[in-house]
Write a protein that binds this ligand. Structure first.
Ligand code: SF4
Length: 687
């Protein structure tokens, strides 16, 4: 009997918006299908793969019947979901002719460009920006939907919000703090392996009792909106106990006296009231953190609060006050950006093609901008599903349904946003083209390798925009540069300097042999070179010069703070349409403390009507004693058209901005909750 050779597994990387950036193996089976599983040799996931990716990469991602395989043109009223297949030539002709009209009649700023992290390979995520830079379109500022407030806060103090600690520093850490972050779902292998890789005590600060909080030595379940006060209370205790690093402060911190004055005036009793954390626990936290060296990991979700920027600025006083920075086992992490890996994103994005200071609009203002029909004639959505992920879902859908708005959506699947498009373009998935992925937490750099062909006529984002540039008659060579040329140059310029072909053979590399020291030599890239607790840059931006221990007002009776954190089954809105995931994922359930639920007469499993200023939503009630009183917890970003209850949390969220960067403040949303009328369900959102 003849033995066929075993098919060789192909090594690639997960391109989801996730702290882990797992290594993956694609193994062909006898029928030619690929089995996608974790790569044992990868330093972060060590062979594991999260349940959602295991299901979707072996399910909907390879199910060509679910994928978009042809360009489509709308054939009915907007939102009716009627489309006809067309050729790429027809699609590109129509898009280019409509864009030329807009350019001639209104100018480039009337073309809106919305994109984010649908896939994180640098080509698919960033190359299309060359096209938008070349035409001078208005960018819907990507980080305003996510982390901008925290990024700016870190920049004011330390000069960079994109340069975190190297996670390998954990070997020398005496304490690890995870503040407002739930890696048990947003970085499950970091949760499983990295947090376990030390005996140092783990402190978790989170209003929700997450699985990460459950494994902590100390969980501070603070009231939402009291992060700044908690940080100041810890500093007050450190000051009272002589735990401040006065020598470090004198040498490296600018403006500490303004914080000192606030600490003198601060009452720990008030802090206890405001945060809901007992003084003994605050003291325990101060003792653990102050002993140092300590690592401080700040999540992105917690920055999406009305005063999220002030909260992060306050939390970031801790490393400055204790000297737990710029030394072994110490530092903070918010995002380890491309630059921290030596990846030149400006090159990929072609920033030199910008004709002028590119206009931009916050995601929080998108509805209002779309209401102005002259200022928004065309909208591109690629790498993003705004009808699911943006706040004010009902209002946004009404604007997307405007007949005079020419909307182009590029995606893998027929998303809620694609339903409202004029032209839908089929995009290739990360399994279907080569690319480069860096982790935004770990110091890994990975080759994303094509392990299957795109279905039908689907194309990688970068190829879509190369073809569109050609159809528009553009001639700058940068708009047509080939994938392999860019990948080779970018990878050689990054650490450790190997070319892309070599990286493909290796899979994943660490960008250095030894941990990279954050702000080595205490060289802070601020204007003064010091940690700027008092920031003139912040002042110039219209913000207070220094952070303060402000906290949110107590809720009125009957009010709830609605928290919409990431859940286990979705990556932002991705996987919301995978049939096997939908069987497991409950978009519309709300977790309440049993006492609250009883008070508003909502037994376990009953239906609640949740009301905000933006709308109403029915959701099934789950009693959970781990939820704080007057807090409601609901997972974010289901697809409204597929939600069993008929809606998702973004039907409730509003577009109030955080204090910095015009970012989202959805975690500050206040709602009312009451029993729903029998058999009531949220009506399907309609345009
Ligand atoms: S989403 Fe995160 S945990 Fe899941 S496979 Fe991708 S990188 Fe790994």
């Amino acid at each position: 009997m003849q033995h066929l050779p075993m098919p060789m597994p192909m090594r690639t990387v997960c391109a989801r918006d996730c702290y882990d950036s797992c290594g993956l193996l694609a193994v062909p089976d006898a029928d030619g299908r690929l089995m996608i599983r974790g790569d044992k040799s990868h330093p972060v996931n060590q062979g594991g793969i999260c349940a959602k990716c295991s299901i979707a990469y072996n399910g909907s991602y390879q199910n060509d019947a679910l994928r978009l395989t042809m360009p489509l043109r709308r054939a009915g009223k907007k939102g009716q979901g009627k489309f006809k297949p067309i050729s790429w030539d027809e699609a590109l002709d129509e898009i280019s002719s409509r864009l030329r009209n807009v350019l001639r009649e209104e100018g480039p700023q009337a073309i809106l460009n919305a994109h984010y992290t649908g896939t994180r390979g640098v080509l698919a995520r960033d190359f299309p920006m060359r096209f938008f830079h070349a035409i001078g379109a208005t960018e819907v500022s990507p980080d305003t939907i996510c982390n901008i407030a925290g990024q700016l806060a870190a920049e004011y103090l330390y000069g960079s919000g994109l340069q975190g600690f190297d996670p390998r520093e954990i070997a020398d850490a005496a304490c690890v703090v995870v503040w407002g972050c739930n890696p048990s779902v947003t970085g499950p292998h970091t949760h499983r392996h990295w947090l376990k890789s030390t005996d140092a005590p783990l402190v978790v600060v989170d209003p929700v009792k997450t699985d990460t909080a459950r494994k902590a030595d100390l969980h501070l379940q603070l009231r939402p909106g009291s992060d700044a006060m908690l940080a100041f209370a810890v500093l007050k205790v450190l000051k009272l106990q002589g735990g401040l690093a006065t020598g470090f402060i004198a040498q490296h911190v600018m403006g500490w006296e303004d914080i000192d004055r606030q600490l003198d005036a601060l009452s720990l009793d008030e802090a206890q009231q405001a945060t809901g954390i007992g003084i003994a626990q605050i003291e325990q936290f101060a003792r653990l953190y102050g002993a140092g060296p300590s690592l401080l990991w700040i999540g992105m979700g917690m920055t999406r609060q009305r005063w999220g920027g002030n909260a992060v600025r306050s939390i970031l006083l801790l490393p400055a006050a204790t000297g737990s920075i710029a030394r072994a086992g110490a530092g903070f992490s918010f995002i380890n950006g491309a630059g921290a890996h030596g990846v030149d994103l400006a090159d990929v994005m072609g920033t030199h093609l910008r004709r002028n200071q590119a206009p931009s609009v916050s995601h929080m203002d998108l509805v209002e901008r779309l209401r102005d029909s002259a200022a928004s004639r065309a909208l591109f959505c690629w790498n993003i599903n705004i009808a699911a992920t943006n706040p004010r879902q009902a209002a946004l859908r009404r604007e997307l349904a405007r007949e005079s708005l020419f909307t182009v959506v590029a995606d893998l699947f027929m998303t809620d946003t694609a339903d409202l498009a004029d032209i839908v373009l089929p995009a290739a998935s990360f399994l279907e083209h080569d690319d480069l992925v860096y982790s935004y937490f770990h110091m890994t750099l990975s080759a994303q390798v094509a392990v299957r062909s795109p279905p039908g006529l689907a194309l990688p984002n970068q190829e879509i925009f190369r073809r569109l540039s050609r159809r528009m008659g553009f001639c700058d060579e940068a708009l047509f540069e080939k994938d392999e040329t860019i990948l080779e140059r970018i990878t050689r310029g990054a650490q450790p300097g190997m070319g892309f072909e070599a990286l493909k053979r290796t899979g994943t590399v660490m960008v250095s042999d030894k941990p990279l020291r954050q702000f080595a030599g205490a060289a802070f890239p601020t204007p003064s070179g010091m940690i700027e607790v008092r920031s003139s840059k912040a002042q110039k931006d219209g913000l207070p010069a220094v952070p303060s221990p402000r906290y949110d007002a107590t809720l009125l009776e009957g009010e709830f703070r609605l928290l919409t954190p990431a859940g286990k089954w979705l990556s932002n809105s991705i996987f919301g349409n995978d049939p096997a995931i939908r069987r497991r994922y409950q978009e519309t359930h709300v977790r309440l403390h049993p006492r609250d639920a009883t008070r508003v007469q909502l037994p376990q499993g009953s239906m609640a009507m949740i009301t905000s200023t933006e709308g109403t939503l029915t959701a099934q009630v789950v009693h959970d004693s781990g939820v704080l009183p007057q807090t409601a917890v609901m997972p974010k970003n289901g697809w409204a058209k597929l939600a069993r209850g008929g809606g998702s949390s973004n039907q409730l969220t509003n577009a109030c901005k955080s204090d910095m960067g015009e970012g989202s403040s959805v975690q500050s949303l206040v709602v009312r909750i009451a029993p729903a009328a029998p058999s009531s369900r949220t009506p399907q959102p309609s345009p």
